[in-house]
Design a protein around this ligand. Structure first.
Ligand code: NAP
Length: 286
């Protein structure tokens, strides 16, 4: 049995799907929510990183864990809680979703400080581990959908900083490889798409895919916290996002790797293909 945390989220949903398609037994960990339903036939456990008893239920009879902790609570505590119950329950391996730039110093800040502490805990856990450090997700631009449908500009927090934007489905495919093949034990993979794109480059490719203009408006670092707070982001997540986007704006995520191709034996998907697959979200038309 493989436990998938964050199973209702962007990457976890694909991890569940790919594990099921390849015939592996997988359990989706989700929080209890009124009215929540999961697809029929999915083995679901209701658990919360804040509730140790529920985590113990989640890891019962589990061999491997896909460990995804959410950015709205940027703390290593969630990773550490899961690692503790997993070790006690005899889980043998963990695949942790981290982030590109983790642990790098940027001025007085540490990029991805919470992921850095969590990565250290994973490496020291005694479990067999693989760490995935993806670049910026293609799916981040789903946040623009309302603005684009309303014909409004979309905010650009990263300026001309280019990133190896990655399709979340490729991150999930690498996670599944790591969960099911011991050859990936002890590896830290930096996962990128096939080309470097600035946010205006992404806007242009998206505009091409949906047949509508996508205009970006620069949000300078000094105004970023205010804008993110106004969008409803929790303050702790705002701080982490401001550090991460300033890091990207300065060009430090200008990185492409072969890790996706090496693990999957095929090239990573292009952003323009992701955009074509998701055009409905931006236009309302299939
Ligand atoms: N976006 C990017 O560009 C990017 C780049 C690099 C790395 N990352 C990393 O990727 C991760 C986010 O992945 P994602 O976008 O797939 O996540 P997501 O779509 O934001 O989903 C978050 C998931 O976490 C679950 N969750 C939240 N709080 C929880 C709690 N207290 N207990 C149990 N489950 C909880 C949610 O479950 P419920 O539905 O049950 O609430 C949901 O399934 C973060 O660690 C982030 O740092 C993101």
């Amino acid at each position: 049995m493989i436990l998938v945390t964050g199973a209702s989220g962007t990457v976890g949903r694909h991890v569940m799907q790919l594990l099921q398609q390849s015939g592996h037994r997988a359990r989706a960990m989700v929080r209890a929510r009124p009215g929540r339903t999961m697809p029929p036939g999915v083995d679901v456990v209701q658990a919360d990183f804040e509730d140790l008893a529920s985590l113990r239920r989640a890891v019962a009879d589990v061999r491997a864990v896909f460990l995804l902790t959410a950015p709205d609570t940027p703390t290593p505590d969630h990773d550490m809680a899961l690692l503790a119950v997993a070790r006690a329950a005899g889980v043998s391996s963990v695949v942790k979703l981290s982030a590109i730039g983790t642990g790098e110093r940027f001025g007085t800040a540490t990029v991805g400080a919470w992921h850095h502490m969590a990565e250290d805990a994973v490496r020291a856990s005694g479990l067999t581990w693989t760490i995935l450090r993806p670049s910026s997700f293609a799916s981040n631009c789903l946040y623009w959908a309302d603005a684009i449908r309303a014909g409004q500009p979309v905010p650009n927090l990263t300026g001309d900083g280019e990133q190896g934007v990655i399709d979340p489905r490729d991150i999930a495919a690498v996670a599944v490889a790591a969960l099911t093949d011991p050859a990936h034990a002890g590896k830290t993979y930096t996962l990128t798409g096939p080309e470097l794109l600035s946010l205006p480059d992404q806007a242009n490719q998206l505009a091409e895919a949906i047949g509508r203009p996508v205009v970006t408006v620069d949000v300078p670092p000094a105004s970023a916290p205010q804008q993110l707070l106004a969008s409803g982001m929790p303050p702790a997540a705002v701080e982490a996002t401001v550090i991460g986007t300033a890091w990207a704006r300065a060009g430090h995520n200008r990185i492409l790797t072969d890790d996706v191709a090496t693990v999957l034996a095929r090239p990573p998907a292009a952003f323009r293909d992701w955009a074509r697959r998701h055009r409905e979200a931006f236009t309302g038309a299939p």
